[in-house]
Ligand binder design. Structure first.
Ligand code: NAP
Length: 357
């Protein structure tokens, strides 16, 4: 059973880790708190960007000599390898830390083993404190390492009766300005934002991040099998963020930034798309629809998390948030666990993950 002081310090470390969301990829987000021998907080840090110092190094720098004999709280097992920076397990030992509390083990085969190194050096090591919260903040990176593909968060904005557009196709705007601003935060956290050709045709979306300080722009991706939806002059082709158009191997196009993928079902292969994005360094995807492409992702078992913005609006007709996902009967229904419900402006935001994921 973890002590309250351990839980309090780890909760702060999780908060610090969250500050790195969107700017550390392909690395994890990590937060670290250091307390001195008498339990006072003397150092804090978080991993701020890939290639920069790890959270432990920032926190050790702030703590200085006060780290000696103290405790380090880290959201992820301290790394054991020399990459662009040195191993944190060694840095903690050299600073004289006598106890390390971490939340989640490092699943990366190249970096794991930090806990063993610390124990071998005589440091007391405790694991699993606040593991659920630390998993949640780092879910994108953990999913990508465990499954070798990007984490996929499917976001939609719907009326209370579950519709994402009116019968005539108009959909601006169903949700409040606050919800739309929140979507920009989700975009800023993602390495890539993906839409289908139907959305590209209907909305000419821009998909870049606006209104988020120091945001790293995601790769904008349109899944456009025949290369007919994205035309020269489309908003997505401006230079606000990089863009990639996924097209069939045999499609003809004059567009420069394309990836050619095999056909599957009614469009392109979703696993091949995710493999191609992973190969480009994408560790997290924000799937912004529309319902047809989202259905294909769900059918492929490729959605890890759903974020639905529900507005107090009724339409009564128009497309549903999710189109055919290959589910024919109620026993096949995909059951989710709700992990968060928040008020956003006049809407509610529901976050859910697959049961047992
Ligand atoms: N409120 C919201 O959250 C929201 C979000 C997004 C969109 N929308 C609305 O949704 C509507 C568009 O939705 P939509 O369902 O028509 O379009 P969509 O899901 O954006 O795109 C569907 C198209 O993607 C292509 N595609 C490529 N690979 C596919 C695959 N494996 N499986 C399925 N499709 C694949 C197919 O066309 P090709 O094969 O010909 O390329 C397919 O017709 C618009 O009215 C838009 O405003 C609303």
């Amino acid at each position: 059973m973890a002590q309250q002081a351990d839980i309090t310090a780890m909760r702060r470390a999780v908060e610090l880790a969250a500050r790195g969301l969107g700017s550390t990829s392909p690395n994890p987000v990590v937060g670290c708190v250091i307390t001195d021998v008498s339990g006072h907080r003397v150092g804090e840090g978080w991993h701020q960007r890939a290639g920069g110092p790890h959270a432990e190094v920032h926190a050790l720098r702030e703590a200085g000599v006060l780290a000696r004999g103290g405790t380090a709280y880290v959201t992820l097992e301290p790394c054991n390898h020399t990459g662009r920076t040195g191993p944190c397990a060694q840095a903690l030992t050299e600073a004289g830390i006598s106890r390390v509390v971490y939340a989640v083990g490092d699943p990366n085969p190249q970096a794991t083993g930090g806990a063993d190194t610390l124990r071998a050096a005589g440091v007391e090591v405790v694991s699993g404190v606040l593991a659920d919260e630390a998993e949640a903040v780092n879910i994108a990176w953990l999913t990508s390492v465990r499954h070798g593909r990007p984490f996929v968060r499917w976001k939609y904005a719907a009326t209370l009766d579950g519709r994402i557009a009116a019968a005539d196709g108009t959909s601006r705007w169903i949700t409040s300005a606050e919800s739309r601003a929140d979507v920009h935060r989700l975009r800023a956290e993602a390495d890539a934002v993906v839409v289908g050709s139907g959305t590209a045709r209907a909305d000419d979306p821009h998909l870049a991040v606006r209104g988020v300080d120091a945001a790293v722009q995601p790769l904008r991706v349109v899944v456009d099998t025949e290369a007919t939806a994205v035309k020269p002059g489309a908003r997505i082709l401006d230079d606000a963020a990089p863009t990639l158009i996924a097209i069939a191997e045999d499609a003809e196009t004059a567009l420069p930034d394309v990836v050619r993928l095999p056909r599957a079902g009614r469009g392109l292969s979703v696993p091949a798309l995710l493999d191609a994005l992973h190969a480009r360094g994408v560790r997290s995807v924000l799937l912004e629809g529309g319902p047809t492409l989202a259905g294909a992702f769900v059918a492929a078992g490729a959605v890890d998390q759903v974020v639905g913005y529900l507005a107090p609006v009724l339409l009564g007709a128009g497309p549903a948030a999710l189109a055919d996902a290959g589910i024919g009967t109620i026993t096949e229904a995909l059951r989710l666990d709700i992990t968060d419900i928040s008020d956003i402006g006049s809407d509610i935001r529901i976050t859910a993950t697959l049961k047992g994921a």
